[in-house]
Write a protein that binds this ligand. Structure first.
Ligand SMILES: [Fe+2]
Length: 373
């Protein structure tokens, strides 16, 4: 058994400028980010750094061929630290750059996972309030060539520094706030329920959950829309704590069931988690109503001011206020897809399913998809 540890140094700043001064950014550093992020935050400061713009290669979540193209470009660059500034996609790709041997492509990384070593120091600066990728050892790639979206998890990919800067969320559009904060909420719940959690990881999961849902409620009560920005610093911190929780305890069936929706129908990660969250929790309650899920209900009830027996329903309704949930068929999913999704989840997502509140069979996973079709 591996004990709880935080290898990544976590720093907090109010502004990006404060970080740049403290870190002494310079020409040996490779800043990896979206071009708009560079223009908004790095360029105005006039610091001389090397740049690699992620959006020149792809727009959505990481796909193997696009990551291969980025690794190709890095082959011809000489640089020291990687400064990854972005959402989960940017940070996940940066983790792969940090450990890739010059000749490696994505398949080589997955095939040689056990031998990977870090070649570049990695500094991760999140610009969303969701993935927690800045403190986890996981990188998720949609391996189109293999027909599966799956995570690679090795400690060599843990960022050396996670830098939490409140003003990086200033220009975050509402939809990305909504999907990323839902992702972080799901991280907190899945890691809280995970049988592979420990008392320390559950402190992070619990505080993340309480912060996210209480700030959602305050933002909704304040009229929704941009009201969340008043709590941006709290959402950012909570996503980091949720990352520390699931970095140890793992995510589970919600993420596992969401992956095919992302890889086949390109539903954003946080949104696909939202679609699968309620049906997975309902299945858990149906199969094992007494257990750690009651502790979860008590935390939600205390935070949202409701009874424990209605807590999950109240949470689903609150999440719906943040982003309206829709049936899978509204995203183009066909009923005939569902059996293949269920068997694929059982075959390829055991890394996640081992962290379930209770084990699920292929038939039960199929029920979960059907419940929200
Ligand atoms: Fe996630």
């Amino acid at each position: 058994m591996k004990g709880f540890f935080i290898k990544t140094e976590v720093e907090e700043f109010d502004t990006f400028e404060q970080f740049v001064k403290e870190a002494g950014l310079g020409s040996d550093d490779l800043v990896f980010c979206g071009e708009h992020t560079y223009n908004d935050y790095v360029k105005p400061l006039g610091v001389e750094v090397q740049t690699l713009f992620r959006d020149r290669y792809s727009k959505g979540e990481p796909v193997d061929s696009e990551v291969d193209a980025i690794l190709d470009v890095c082959r011809n660059k000489k640089f020291g630290r990687i400064i990854a500034i972005g959402g989960g996609t940017v940070i996940d790709i940066a983790k792969l750059i940090a450990v890739a041997k010059p000749e490696y492509n994505v398949d080589d990384l997955y095939d040689n996972a056990a031998e990977l070593k870090k070649h570049h120091q990695l500094v991760a600066i999140p610009t969303t309030c969701g993935t927690g990728s800045e403190v986890t050892n996981i990188s998720v790639v949609n391996r189109v060539s293999k027909g599966v979206k799956m995570g690679l998890a090795i400690d060599a990919m843990l960022p050396d520094k996670a830098v939490m800067i409140t003003n990086m969320l200033d220009s975050l559009p509402y939809k990305i706030f909504a999907t990323s904060s839902i992702d972080a909420m799901v991280h907190s719940v899945e890691s809280f329920l995970s049988p592979n959690g420990c008392s320390i990881s559950r402190i992070f999961s619990t505080e993340a959950l309480k912060t996210i849902i209480s700030c959602w409620k305050k933002a909704v009560d304040n009229g929704g829309g941009e009201a969340w920005k008043e709590f941006a610093a709290d959402f950012l911190k909570a996503s980091n704590w949720a990352g520390l929780g699931f970095g140890y305890a793992g995510c589970a069936a919600v993420h596992a069931c969401a992956y095919p929706l992302g890889s086949v129908y390109h539903i954003p990660h946080g949104q696909s988690n939202q679609l699968m969250f309620a049906p997975v929790m309902k299945k858990y309650k149906e199969l094992q109503p007494v257990g750690r899920i009651n502790d979860l209900e008590a935390i939600i009830a205390e935070t949202l001011g409701c009874n424990a027996d209605e807590a999950l329903e109240v949470l689903y309704e609150l999440m719906d206020e943040v982003l309206k949930s829709e049936p899978l068929k509204n995203f183009g999913v066909k009923e005939s897809d569902l059996p293949g999704f269920a068997s694929g989840v059982i075959k390829t997502q055991q890394r996640l399913l081992k962290n379930n509140y209770i084990p699920l069979t292929e038939e039960q996973v199929l029920d979960i998809y059907k419940a929200v079709f």
